[in-house]
Design a protein around this ligand. Structure first.
Ligand SMILES: [Fe+2]
Ligand SMILES: [Fe+2]
Length: 224
């Protein structure tokens, strides 16, 4: 089992610890699937080659179907616990094909597919073992597609980049790019918190001086 699979297995009990957490996680998957669907339909529009455009469009339709399956199951679990549904997923889009170019985009998508396949295999077994056949069957159906996506994106990456070695290089570059993106995203969120915290500290440091100044300033009354 890969490291990611082992982590998914270790964290399963925590990730799926209640109906509420399961619904939230499945809705999160619906958002991710819908984001991929939008990125891939943009790729289909921008790809100059009709054969690849058709592949990306088929892939986009698969991801869109996965988004619906996860969102529906999340809504069922929400209603089971008497809570409102999250509603239709509304994913943010990064316009990755236009931003990265086709080879880097394919490398990124391929890594995402491999990651999803590894995690979903663990989650399918988890739900089977915990008596939730319905959620397990959703993961099983999604997995059929993810395995195929993983295969075709790798084959296409090798073909477009010019060989196995070039494809491996593109995949390594994709790891670095994703690390940088994650760092920038977390850095932005962290800098907002750091600013709020430093302002609070500044007020706390200044407060005694302000009180001292007030105590030392002679009180005057009337017009000056
Ligand atoms: Fe998917
Ligand atoms: Fe996929």
């Amino acid at each position: 089992m890969s490291l990611r699979g082992a982590v998914a297995r270790l964290t399963s009990l925590f990730v799926w610890r209640s109906l509420g957490h399961t619904a939230a996680k499945l809705h999160g998957f619906a958002l991710a699937e819908q984001g991929s669907a939008i990125d891939l339909s943009m790729a289909a529009q921008l790809a100059g080659d009709p054969e690849r455009a058709a592949m990306y469009l088929q892939h986009a339709m698969d991801e869109s179907r996965h988004a619906v399956m996860f969102a529906r199951r999340a809504a069922e679990l929400q209603s089971k616990r008497g809570m409102p549904s999250y509603g239709a997923p509304r994913a943010d889009v990064d316009h990755l094909y236009g931003m990265l170019g086709e080879i880097a985009f394919l490398a990124f998508v391929h890594r995402g597919e491999r990651r999803a396949r590894t995690q979903f295999e663990v989650y399918q077994r988890y739900f089977e073992a915990h008596g939730d056949a319905k959620t397990a069957s959703i993961f099983a159906r999604v997995l059929d597609d993810e395995r195929q996506h993983e295969r075709y994106t790798h084959a296409l990456l090798v073909r477009l980049s010019g060989g196995e070695a070039e494809a491996a290089r593109a995949l390594r570059a994709s790891v670095r790019w994703e690390l940088k993106r994650t760092w920038l995203r977390h850095g932005r969120a962290l800098s907002n918190h750091a600013f709020t915290l430093s302002m609070w500290l500044l007020y706390l440091v200044i407060a005694p001086f302000a009180l001292l100044m007030r105590a030392r300033t002679p009180r005057t009354s009337g017009w000056r």
